[in-house]
Design a protein around this ligand. Structure first.
Ligand SMILES: [Zn+2]
Length: 513
């Protein structure tokens, strides 16, 4: 298209037949005088008619909800389209509802002004015509633009204050935590609620949904599992991580510490005490705090978990694929209490939970009561090694403290302290690892030998899980006819013939039991 040579001055009193572009946009910050994009466009069209100018539909540029300030993160597509059309010589006039709607930033203002000057494009702000080649006009607009910029800064301050107030009212803020989803009103785009993300596309609650995974992570920590084991299992099952992609230990830990899951409001790193939040918890407080105790205990050995809903869920593995058996309906509080237990990854094997529980408990109690087991575990050879390792770690700590004091008073140089510290920290770590490996799991203390049966009956399910985890690796084989999990008919083959035991401690610990 032939480009006209830049015109000198236009007669701003006669705008008939000039080609107009209408630029309408509204930002999300709701001021008193805000006009909707539709209203702005209507006013613009009335002006076009009065002036006798020409408007083509493609020259209407509507940017709804695009803030023009430097705090805006979204691209203003239509503003850029407008600039392109001006550059292409398609427009003689640009109409705006008001200046701050279109060019709050000075550099944007300057760019638009230069472009319009170059192409002899007039500006109309509501009814007033400005000529970008006119110095006085541009002075006025430049000043208005500065005012607009200041207003924009004020707006962002207001938004921040608004966020604090919103947090104090218990509204969800910031990024939506993994395990929840946010529901917005399609018309107003206002947040309606934040709810557990447990649904598939058809309104059914599904296992492995983010909300279930959150619960699972807490339950597994509470049952004594470590971060790495949880992370590996989630990755093996192909569950997408909270941030997408593979789980990392940091992302698992982050979930295990998030206060949002017990319905606490955190604003700028601080818990807002006493704020009643507007979303449901995913984790009960007892479990949450039990997990916090575990995570804050560097040795993680003395703690006793709060509770567990299932004895063997996530503890016994599938004899086909090696994945954990999962209680079908875990977390379903309205269930009948008769849960099936099935391979959680592929459904290779399944069993009636009560039958497996009963059998496993009997075998474990028998093992714990076995005099040979008690004798070997109580032998003390390992305990002596553990005690020696702990003593070594303590000595290193004392030595390190002495070095520190010397360094503080300037008796040793910083580099030699750093060298000594590095060596000692390494020795402490090594000694602690040895001590841990050689120590009888604390949960077993007092629960082996003749008192094992009576003791077992006193234990809660979580403690029983800890013991089973510490002493045996248990796998469930298929029933022999490739039965799928979740059958409620019970096992076709005696349970004892379907379970593979590998003892991790005691006399049988080196061979498959
Ligand atoms: Zn399997």
């Amino acid at each position: 298209m032939p480009r006209r040579p830049p015109a000198k001055r236009r007669d701003i009193n006669d705008l008939s037949d000039l080609r107009v572009g209408l630029y309408c946009r509204v930002s999300l910050d709701k001021g008193g005088t805000e006009k909707s994009v539709d209203d702005q466009e209507a006013v613009g069209r009335q002006w076009v008619e009065r002036a006798g100018a020409k408007l083509e539909e493609r020259h209407v540029y509507r940017d709804a909800d695009r803030s023009a300030s430097r705090f805006a993160t979204k691209q203003r597509e239509n503003f850029n389209r407008l600039l392109g059309d001006i550059e292409a010589g398609e427009l003689d006039v640009v109409w705006f509802w008001e200046l701050s709607r279109s060019q709050r930033r000075l550099d944007v203002f300057a760019r638009l002004r230069d472009l319009c000057r170059e192409q002899s494009v007039l500006w109309v702000i509501r009814d007033r015509v400005y000529d970008p080649t006119n110095y006085a006009d541009m002075m006025t607009l430049g000043m208005l633009s500065v005012i607009g910029e200041n207003e924009s800064e004020m707006t962002s301050l207001r938004v921040l204050r608004g966020k604090a107030a919103s947090a104090a009212r218990g509204r969800p803020g910031g990024r939506c935590p993994y395990g929840y989803r946010r529901v917005y009103d399609p018309n107003t785009r206002q947040l309606v609620r934040q709810e557990p993300d447990i649904w598939d596309g058809n309104g059914r609650a599904i296992e492995d949904s983010p909300a279930w995974i959150v619960r699972e992570i807490y339950d597994r920590y509470a049952a004594g599992e470590g971060t790495i084991a949880i992370m590996r299992d989630l990755n093996r099952r192909g569950i997408p991580a909270a941030e997408g992609g593979q789980w990392r230990s940091a992302s698992v830990l982050k979930i295990a510490k998030k206060r949002a899951y017990i319905a606490q409001q955190v604003y700028q790193g601080k818990v807002l005490e006493g704020v009643k939040v507007l979303w449901p918890p995913l984790v009960d407080e007892e479990t949450f705090w039990a997990v916090q105790r575990i995570l804050s205990d560097p040795k993680r050995t003395t703690w006793r978990p709060a509770r567990a809903r299932h004895l063997l869920s996530h503890l016994v593995r599938c004899g086909v694929c090696g994945g954990p058996l999962v209680a079908h309906g875990a977390g379903n509080r309205t269930g009948t209490g008769i849960y099936d237990l099935a391979c959680g990854s592929k459904g290779c094997v399944g069993i009636l939970e009560a039958a497996l529980d009963d059998y496993v408990e009997r075998v474990v109690v028998k093992w714990l009561s076995d005099p040979d087991v008690a004798a070997e575990l109580a032998q003390g050879g390992d305990s002596a090694a553990a005690a020696a390792a702990r003593a070594d770690a303590d000595r290193c700590r004392v030595e390190l403290e002495e070095w520190r004091q010397l360094a503080e008073v300037g008796e040793v140089s910083a580099p030699s302290f750093a060298r000594a510290e590095k060596g000692l920290l390494k020795r402490i770590g090594e000694a602690e690892r040895l001590a841990q490996e050689a120590t009888l799991p604390p949960v077993l203390v007092g629960n082996i030998g003749p008192q094992a049966k009576a003791g077992w009956e006193q234990l809660d399910r979580a403690a029983k899980r800890q013991i089973i985890t510490a002493i045996a690796d248990i796998r469930l084989k298929p029933s022999g006819r490739g039965s799928r999990g979740r059958s409620r008919k019970g096992p076709r083959v005696p349970v004892k013939d379907r379970v593979e035991w590998r003892w991790l401690l005691g006399p049988g610990s080196n061979s498959d039991g």
